[in-house]
Design a protein around this ligand. Structure first.
Ligand code: MN
Length: 212
């Protein structure tokens, strides 16, 4: 069974907030306007990209080992992980050696998103957008329209049958699809303009490990 634990239990259990610069729980718990998304590039032991979708006061989260592709024929594995607090959406910094997820994190992309239902988008209706996203999560099939700085257009998140946490993240074949472009080559933070390598160099030269 796919047991859902109390919202941030797993997030808290995995982290020592005396050591990691990641945000503790108990910060921002609600927002207005369209629901938001973020993709963080995380140079942990294995580099990956973390897709996070705001829903019901938390960030639903998936680790995408190979990152998103604009090619609609390329399906990227997305491993669902624990909910993160909303404050995590702006986190950039270095998780110290020995801590969970040790390595650099940058905000690779961010923006707002809406579920898409037969051509209808819900950017203007936060409550309906969240209801659709919630239903899609339960169903194991989410049609999304992302309005980010790097990723724009339709995407699907589809659960692999029978597994609790394995999903596929795929570009919809729309005007924003582009099989000829590697979107990951644009490797700078949309917040600080830093790459993970630059963040690492800065942190080793003794600057504070919080980027912003
Ligand atoms: Mn990660």
């Amino acid at each position: 069974m796919c047991a859902q634990q109390s919202r941030f239990d797993e997030y808290v259990r995995k982290r020592n907030f005396a050591r990691t610069p990641e945000p503790p729980v108990g910060g921002q718990s609600w927002r207005m306007g369209p629901i938001s998304f973020v993709i963080q590039k995380h140079a942990a032991r294995r580099l990956h990209y973390d897709l996070r979708l705001e829903l019901d006061g938390a960030l639903k989260s998936w680790a995408i080992p190979r990152g998103p592709s604009l090619n609609p024929l390329v399906r990227r594995l997305a491993v669902m992980v624990e909910d993160h607090p909303l404050d995590y959406a702006t986190f950039e910094g270095v998780i110290p050696e020995g801590e969970y997820g040790a390595g650099e994190v940058i905000v690779w992309d961010n923006g707002v998103y809406s579920p898409e239902d037969e051509g209808t988008l819900f950017f203007q209706d936060r409550s309906e957008a969240q209801a659709k996203a919630r239903a899609g999560l339960v169903e194991g099939h989410l049609n999304l329209f992302l309005w980010g700085k790097k990723l724009v257009g339709g995407w699907t998140l589809v659960k692999i049958g029978g597994r609790c946490n394995l999903w596929l993240f795929t570009k919809v074949d729309d005007d924003f699809a582009d099989a000829g472009v590697d979107v990951l080559e644009d490797d700078r933070s949309v917040v600080s303009d830093l790459t993970v390598e630059e963040l690492r160099t800065r942190s080793r030269s003794g600057e504070p490990n919080q980027a912003a």
